[in-house]
Design a protein around this ligand. Structure first.
Ligand code: ADP
Ligand code: MG
Length: 728
């Protein structure tokens, strides 16, 4: 008798096993049973021959009407004509004359293949088929067949759905008793079938309700295992010991708050308290702080850093780009004023040193900062990947803040944390709002704080679409608007998806190769490019305005100079790539024009437009696009124009992305443990799984009371963790 771990060679034979492995990466009974049907067909849902469309993979039920074997061009050609009453279809086989003895006139069977067209007639060549057993009364056989729900599997031409079905049936027959890792009380509580019954019902459903129940159970399994894994990770963090960072006298925090030119929002007060509490623990904080651009995250983060410095530790802020690191450095030194000047003539009685460490510093400058970090002279360091480099060592790193988390892998985050003698407290900041269920799945090992309000309320940002194809004159009007805005003394961003267009277009061969590999070919299309648009505008539509460019290929000095000049108002129009996406804060900027807006994600557009309307001036954002009216791209842009709710847009974004991208895994792999779970659709299920997981871990955090379930979680950890967690 087989078990879930039995290899398929023992069940379906070597050749089929090979095809299964090649097609789907499936090698064991377990993996095959988790190759779930996409849907089910009842007989009436089999494709009618009269409705066949070329290139479709179809399965038809039909009767053989004529069989003809002939020779042409030195080949035996077997032509079989079948009919399902609605129309006829020819099936052709080359050099397979032996099939003539099976394919007899009057027999009924299932025929599966890809619809081709030959001399204007539709046909299946070399279809797979399954004849209804001889000797059976055809009517009875068909009647029996008609009552069944046939699973439709993800299939390939080598492995059509019904062949997968045969393999699955063999596997189901071969397993006897299946131990169920889900505790029986839980299965009963939610009226879930046992694992064995779930496999049977999802693959061979007696009715669609049973299939759905089975699917629910198996989806719940996925959610539960994931929640248990994340819960275990949280528990592991609780077991780590670190220094509690409660200052005896919070002098820096007090001095900082005394000079803060505004009052904290209610949200900031709440989160400050949460963080203070976290920092007082003897295990590391592990918290995600989410809030839209401008919601006041940096201020919260700074206060946390100051607390740590007050308790004689150091804090590091890791930013994904130099522009952003610089921006943080500026914001922070500005907010701190003389509090950031310890050791200089400007210093007051209280203070620390704040340093900016990026890759573009000279070696000497880096060395100097390294020395100050090692001695503890520098309390706060802000930087890019340079912070992770080998030369960096801290005297006593107590807090790591990672901004824009999704751009860093766990390894990078951990590389920085490794630089501390004890695991440091961790605060992850993100400006991309994360729907609750995604937070629970992807970020499930972090505590979450959300800043929902913007300080001082939201200044209105109006967003309009400029459909260049339909209304080309709107674009001229847009440039007029830019000029008007500049005349009022305001500043404007123009964002483009490219720095320059590649000089060389891909050849047809390169395109074919790329398509073969499934690569996206966006790169071959002309897009608005910063280095092309800026000179064009400077000599054309925006002649006379002070225009500068900003993008990732400029040296950091140039970038810094440009940003400060823009911040000082010396530049009126900044033509930039998405380097301005995060953090850049110029209150006088009132307008943004986004070229080829359909090239950007919905959340990204929202993020970008958050750069304007930050001061007292209302913001205007124009989304320029060459997309067709009513196209999906245009509709996406419409939704951006229609709402300022970042959570809503994040949801739209997610709905349009493949689940694999959401959970950071590839859908195509045959071995993924997360096959059924959909973070948006299965919100309730995930919530339920989370509660169950908490209960289980609450009884025994090592799960020793549920060894089978523990084992399943360990497997998920082994197989999936590395890939999956990398994105968290
Ligand atoms: P984020 O990091 O979330 O983008 P910041 O912390 O940079 O937001 O804050 C955005 C702007 O709002 C900054 O200019 C900051 O000084 C200001 N700000 C932050 N908190 C408040 C507050 N409570 N009241 C008024 N302004 C605030
Ligand atoms: Mg910020």
């Amino acid at each position: 008798m087989a078990s879930l771990s039995t290899r398929l060679t023992n069940i379906v034979g070597d050749r089929t096993a090979q095809v299964l492995e090649k097609s789907f990466g499936i090698t064991t009974v377990n993996e095959l049973l988790r190759h779930y049907p996409r849907r089910y067909v009842v007989r009436g849902e089999l494709t009618d021959i009269s409705t066949l469309i070329a290139d479709d993979e179809v399965t038809i039920l039909a009767e053989i009407q004529a069989v003809n074997l002939r020779r042409a061009n030195g080949k035996n050609i077997l032509e079989v004509v079948v009919t399902d009453g609605s129309a006829k279809l020819s099936l052709t086989f080359f050099n397979q004359a032996w099939r003539e003895k099976d394919l007899k006139v009057g027999r009924v069977g299932l025929f599966a293949g890809k619809v081709g067209v030959f001399k204007g007639r539709r046909q299946l060549s070399h279809p797979d088929y399954q004849l209804i057993p001889d000797g059976n009364d055809v009517d009875a056989a068909v009647a029996e067949f008609a009552g069944k729900f046939l699973p439709v599997y993800p299939a390939t031409s080598k492995l059509p759905s019904w062949k997968v079905m045969q393999c699955v049936n063999l596997a189901l027959e071969s397993i006897d008793d299946l131990p169920d890792y889900l505790p029986i009380e839980i299965a009963q509580e939610f009226k879930y079938p046992s694992l064995k019954k779930a496999f049977l019902d999802i693959h061979q459903p007696p009715d669609l309700d049973s299939a759905e129940n089975a699917r629910q159970r198996l989806t719940f399994d996925e959610a539960l295992l994931l929640q248990l894994l994340l819960g275990q990770r949280r528990n592991e963090i609780l077991k780590l010991s670190t220094k509690s960072r409660t200052p005896n006298t919070p002098v820096l925090v007090a001095a900082f708050e005394a000079k803060l030119p505004f009052k904290y929002t209610a949200g900031q007060i709440e989160i400050n308290a949460e963080i203070e509490k976290d920092l007082s623990n003897k295990y590391p904080m592990h918290r995600l702080l989410q809030g839209e651009v401008g919601s006041g995250k940096t201020v919260v983060a700074l206060r946390a850093m100051l607390s740590v410095v007050d308790s004689s530790g150091q804090a590091a802020l890791l930013a994904p780009t130099e522009v952003l690191a610089l921006q943080h450095y500026r914001t922070i030194t500005k907010l701190l004023g003389e509090l950031a000047q310890a050791g200089t003539l400007q210093a007051g009685a209280i203070g620390t040193q704040v340093e900016l460490l990026t890759g573009s510093l000279s070696t000497a400058a880096k060395k100097e900062i390294h020395a100050k970090l090692a001695s503890g002279q520098t309390g706060i360091v802000i930087g890019t990947h340079a912070l992770i480099s080998d030369g960096v060592a801290f005297n006593d790193l107590g807090l790591v803040i990672v901004d824009e988390q999704h751009r860093f892998g766990v390894e990078q985050r951990d590389a920085l944390r490794m630089k501390a003698k004890q695991p440091p407290h961790l605060l992850v900041m993100t400006a991309t709002p994360i729907p609750r269920t995604v937070a629970m799945t992807v970020f499930g090992d972090l505590d979450i704080s959300t800043l929902r309000e913007l300080p001082g309320g939201r200044v209105a940002i109006t967003t309009h679409l400029i459909p260049v194809l339909e209304k080309p004159h709107f674009l001229n009007r847009a440039w007029e608007r830019v000029k008007e805005e500049a005349e009022k003394g305001h500043q404007i961003y123009i964002v483009a998806p490219r720095i320059v267009n590649p000089s060389k277009k891909l050849t047809e061969r390169e395109i074919a190769a790329a398509q073969l590999l499934g690569e996206e070919l966006l790169d071959n299309e002309e897009m608005t490019a910063v280095e092309e648009l800026a000179p064009q505008l400077a000599t054309g539509a925006l002649k006379g305005l002070k225009i500068a460019v900003l993008h990732g290929r400029l040296s950091s000095e140039v970038k810094e100079q440009t940003m400060s000049a823009f911040a000082r108002g010396e530049i009126q129009v900044l033509v930039a790539t998405t380097v301005i996406e995060v953090g850049v804060d110029v209150p006088n900027a009132s307008m943004m024009v986004i070229m080829d807006a359909d090239r950007f994600g919905v959340s990204q557009l929202h993020q970008l437009r958050g750069r304007v309307g930050r001061g007292s001036v209302p913001g205007l954002c124009l989304l320029v696009s060459n997309a067709q009216e009513d196209s999906q791209s245009m509709n996406r842009l419409q939704s951006v124009a229609a709402t300022l709710d970042g959570f809503e847009l994040a949801r739209i974004d997610l709905e349009q992305r493949k689940e694999g991208d959401v959970l950071g895994r590839s859908q195509s792999g045959g071995k993924s443990h997360l096959r059924l779970l959909r973070v948006l659709r299965d919100e309730d299920l995930i919530q339920r799984a989370r509660e169950v997981a908490l209960k289980i871990l609450g009884i025994n955090s090592d799960m020793d009371h549920l060894p089978e379930l523990k084992n399943e979680v360990a497997k998920l950890q082994d197989d999936e963790a590395a890939r999956f967690m990398d994105k968290s």
